[in-house]
Design a protein around this ligand. Structure first.
Ligand code: ADP
Ligand code: MG
Length: 597
């Protein structure tokens, strides 16, 4: 064995392995550079899952021409110069490794111009070697194009998944940054199609809406807490308990707005939901912890994914308490049969019931106009403070009741329909308002599950097969869920590269356009983040797709049938997405409201 120093090219390929694992990790580094450069707009375009090409364009402060070459040297950074700075890192990047590492494994072109500079500059590198450089016209800001990623490392290429899976990862990563920085306008294009774009107006709710869609955004609760002793703050939003997911990938945890993976914070978050979520279900959250830069070590992981806290237990209890109290404050209305209003839903003066629980859109109270940034930045005064001195607190009350197992519905008598959306019904224990779409979703969902379980789908063959052209994202969902689609009654077969023939659809699907409804369904599943093969998500999407819509007039007979079917389901209180199907007004509650008690 002879020990030798690796030649620089080989050494930098090895170093690159730590930073650039796959296209999404290159995108992460480039996004972080753009954010560190103070960009207001960041556009990302990928082709072939990012292997063919990644392009990140920002309008940040650019790099002076004379420094461009330097930026590609290992350990060359403008962000950290002294030991003190390293102990309190305020930027996302600090190692000076990303550009040389990415350049070592791709064909990279960087074009840049500081706003005040006369001309721009462009540099081109291939497998780390200079190809060309010199003055070049450029708008203010920086564009980095990374082509043929790992073209010189076939072994690494082999570890990559399909282009659509890699673009899924880029999409996921991109969403985290879009959520973390609502003041930046983000746009992601993949294969020429816009995947995600945010308005960049600083409003959290709109960034959230762009990433997760309106249904989810409407069910988020604001979290704001401060530890009086340390001054650490936690701000952000979490899903109401009814809004939960089958894995942890909807939890975005930020520390000084750096997206990180943290078992401590994740555990604190899950603890806050203790007793509120069904087993193996996880919350949705975007939470930012603000603390002095010196109190957290961000230099403890090769890809900067993890951090170390100086006061871990304080961080834990701050997050756990802040989230728990947001959940308690917003705990759902009237549980069935409780016969009483939840504490806090009526002040001594007697609030209108419309201000409580489910009736309240969290945005009405907190978000509009205020801007997430103020809250995330921790500049605004805290609304709540917690003493972290005591041990873990226990709460009781309606929020815990929410976790009690499913209860059957009482017999319901239809009174009528309002707004072509809700069914009003009466029962011995008071009045019910039923959301017709959510209720029907639940009914169909249960039926689909039964049919799939007993392998007896109700199939509706098409007179003529219909061909449908799929996008890469849709293809991915289709390929991952082929068996499940078949178990629900779909008969689909390949017909060319991205074209499929639909021969039969589930008979529950009430559609005149099977091609459109299939692509809608696949989009819906993709949107729910389901490339992770969650069986229920596809079934839930199919149920949602087939269920009667709000705005449809129903006859008394139809309403009666729907309520009967709802009563027969396993879990009549929530739709498959976790939204409530019905609201209950107990007799006691009505009497109180009317001053009879
Ligand atoms: P680091 O981000 O750790 O400093 P990088 O290799 O990612 O290291 O970048 C090296 C340097 O190049 C940065 O410190 C920064 O000065 C400059 N730079 C990289 N990308 C950009 C960009 N998009 N806009 C402005 N400057 C950039
Ligand atoms: Mg960097």
């Amino acid at each position: 064995m002879v020990i030798r120093v690796l030649d620089p090219e080989l050494a930098s390929q090895i170093a690159a392995g730590e930073v650039v694992e796959r296209p999404a990790s290159a995108v992460k580094e480039l996004l972080e550079n753009a954010i560190d450069a103070g960009a207001k707009q960041i556009f990302v375009e990928i082709l072939g899952g990012g292997v063919e090409q990644i392009r990140v364009t920002d309008d940040g402060h650019g790099i002076p021409a004379e420094e461009v070459e330097l930026a590609f040297q290992h350990h060359a950074t403008s962000k950290v110069a002294t030991q003190e700075q390293l102990d309190a890192i305020a930027t996302l990047g600090f190692r000076g490794e990303a550009l040389p590492s990415i350049a070592a494994v791709s064909h990279l072109t960087l074009t840049t111009r500081p706003a005040q500079a006369q001309a721009g500059y462009q540099i081109e590198k291939r497998w780390g070697q200079p190809v060309r450089s010199g003055p070049h016209a450029s708008p203010p800001g920086t564009t980095v194009t990374v082509a043929d990623l790992f073209g010189n490392l076939p072994a690494r290429r082999k570890f990559l998944k399909s282009a659509s899976a890699e673009s899924g990862r880029v999409h996921d990563l991109f969403s985290r940054y879009a959520l973390a920085y609502p003041e930046i306008r983000f746009q992601l294009k993949s294969g020429g199609r816009t995947g995600l774009s945010t308005p960049g107006n600083g409003k959290w709710d709109q960034a959230f809406l762009a990433v997760y869609g309106p249904e989810v955004a409407g069910q988020m609760l604001e979290v704001a807490g401060e530890d009086p002793e340390t001054g650490y703050r936690i701000d952000g939003f979490v899903g109401a308990a009814g809004l939960n997911r089958a894995n942890r990938s909807y939890m975005t945890l930020l520390v000084n707005r750096r997206w990180i993976q943290s078992r401590v914070l994740a555990f604190a978050l899950e603890e806050a939901y203790h007793g509120l979520l069904p087993e193996k279900r996880y919350p949705m959250a975007v939470l930012n912890l603000t603390l002095p830069f010196a109190d957290v070590d961000v230099n403890s992981h090769p890809a900067k994914r993890e951090v170390r806290f100086h006061h871990e237990s304080r961080v834990y209890s701050l997050l756990q308490k802040a989230v728990r109290s947001a959940l308690i404050a917003e705990s759902p209305v009237p549980r069935l049969g409780s016969g009483a209003l939840p504490p806090g839903s009526r002040g001594p003066g007697g609030d209108a019931p419309a201000s409580t629980g489910f009736f309240r859109n969290p945005f009405d109270r907190s978000t509009p106009g205020a801007g997430f940034i103020n809250k995330m930045g921790g500049g605004a005064g805290s609304r709540t403070t917690y003493s972290t001195a005591g041990g873990p607190e226990t709460y009781s009350g309606p929020a815990d009741a929410a976790a009690t197992p499913r209860q059957a519905l009482p017999l319901l008598r239809v009174v009528g329909q309002i707004k072509l959306t809700y069914i009003v019904a009466e029962s011995p224990d008071g009045m019910y308002l039923v959301d017709q779409h959510a209720a029907h979703e639940r009914v169909i969902f249960d039926r689909l599950r039964q049919q799939a379980a007993s392998n007896s789908p109700q199939i509706q063959p098409l007179l003529q097969p219909v061909s449908v052209e799929l996008t890469p994202g849709q293809l991915e969902v289709l390929q991952n869920n082929g068996d499940l689609l078949a178990s629900h009654g779909y008969q689909i077969e390949p017909f060319g590269e991205s074209t499929y023939l639909v021969r039969a659809v589930p008979s529950i699907l009430n559609t005149s356009d099977p091609a459109q409804s299939l692509t809608d369904l696949l989009d819906m599943v993709a949107f729910e983040g389901l490339m992770r093969q969650q069986e229920d998500a596809l079934t839930a999407s199919l149920a949602c797709h087939s269920a009667i819509r709000a705005g449809k007039a129903l006859s008394d007979e139809e309403m009666r049938a729907l309520l009967e079917q709802l009563e027969a389901t396993d879990n009549p209180h929530t739709c498959p997405h976790g939204r409530p199907t019905l609201l209950h007004f107990s007799e006691y509650q009505m009497e109180r409201e009317f001053g009879r008690r």
